[in-house]
Design a protein around this ligand. Structure first.
Ligand SMILES: Nc1ncnc2c1ncn2[C@@H]1O[C@H](COP(=O)(O)OP(=O)(O)OP(=O)(O)O)[C@@H](O)[C@H]1O
Ligand SMILES: [Mg+2]
Length: 271
């Protein structure tokens, strides 16, 4: 790692509070089986309009964290606040009503329903707004508009991801939780997904995104959290974390190789 000497390491979690966070998780313990916590004192916050990334190794608890924020995993300790209000004990349908949207990592469409019906499901709490909301979704995802009657089960992975995202956006969430939106997509489709995620974020939707593609995630997010074994390891601005030698060493093996390669090339140029 000598090639990265001199890079200022990002600070470990300092608990620096964001003024008026849209969503704040404080000291969460959560898990599936009695007596076994997957999340251990895990905290996170997202300010209005932020794009926040979550990275970390397989099994670190990233999906569990998102599911806890969406009422799908039992929170045993700690609290979640949404726009300053305690929502720790709310159920998923109540969280949807309060403005939280979630796109899961897998099984994120109803395969036997058409694209249009999938989007309809996203708005079942406010059916009267369907006509207006769906027009907005067709504008955001024109490729779905052309195929609105096609069964979601016959779509490609990327198209399904778009359907799932559009369905979550039907309710105009104030915060959108995305679990690995680029998983299983070709590099070109991954880029499209990241660009679309940023576009949605720029319309004012706060986004918390778990990503396997850590390098790309850190490039586009405002801030990020690195989780390790269900707890916060590091956090900071995305670009800072991407250059933090400890993050590189722990989680971004391929990036480490790249950085060292570039450092070697720079040293050779200087010779
Ligand atoms: N439904 C479940 N019941 C019991 N244990 C579970 C369940 N879902 C996940 N786990 C366990 O929780 C831990 C964290 O899993 P989680 O899916 O949150 O990790 P992740 O960081 O999202 O991993 P990946 O990068 O592979 O998606 C793992 O050890 C996993 O086996
Ligand atoms: Mg996961």
């Amino acid at each position: 790692m000598s090639g990265t000497a001199g890079t200022a390491p990002a600070a470990p979690r300092q608990g620096a509070a964001i003024a008026d966070p849209v969503l704040r998780a404080d000291g969460l313990d959560a898990g599936y089986l009695p007596g076994i916590n997957i999340l251990n004192n895990c905290s996170l916050e997202a300010g209005k309009g932020e794009l926040v990334g979550i990275i970390g190794p397989n099994g670190a608890g990233k999906s569990t964290l998102l599911k806890s924020l969406f009422g799908l995993v039992n929170i045993r300790k700690g609290s979640v606040t949404l726009n300053g209000r305690d929502v720790t004990a709310l159920k998923t349908n109540q969280l949807v009503r309060e403005g939280v949207g979630f796109v899961p990592q897998t099984n994120n469409v109803f395969p036997s329903l058409s694209i249009e019906e999938n989007l309809q499901m996203g708005l079942f709490l406010r059916p009267k707004q369907f006509a207006e909301r769906i027009e907005e979704m067709w504008e955001l995802f024109p490729m779905l508009a052309d195929r609105r009657r096609q069964l979601a089960g016959s779509l490609s992975g990327g198209e399904r991801q778009s359907v799932a995202m559009a369905r979550a956006l039907m309710m105009q969430p104030s915060v959108l939780l995305l679990d690995e939106p680029s998983a299983g997509l070709s590099p070109v489709r991954q880029d499209e997904t990241f660009i679309r995620t940023r576009q949605i974020n720029q319309t004012g939707v706060t986004i918390i995104m778990v990503e396997q593609n850590a390098r790309r995630c850190l490039q586009i997010c405002d801030r990020a959290y690195v989780l390790d074994q269900g707890t916060n390891a590091y956090e900071g601005p995305g670009r800072e974390l991407a250059n933090d030698p400890r993050v590189i060493e722990l989680y971004l093996g391929t990036l480490a190789a790249d950085v060292e390669g570039k450092a070697r090339a720079a040293a050779q140029d200087a010779d």
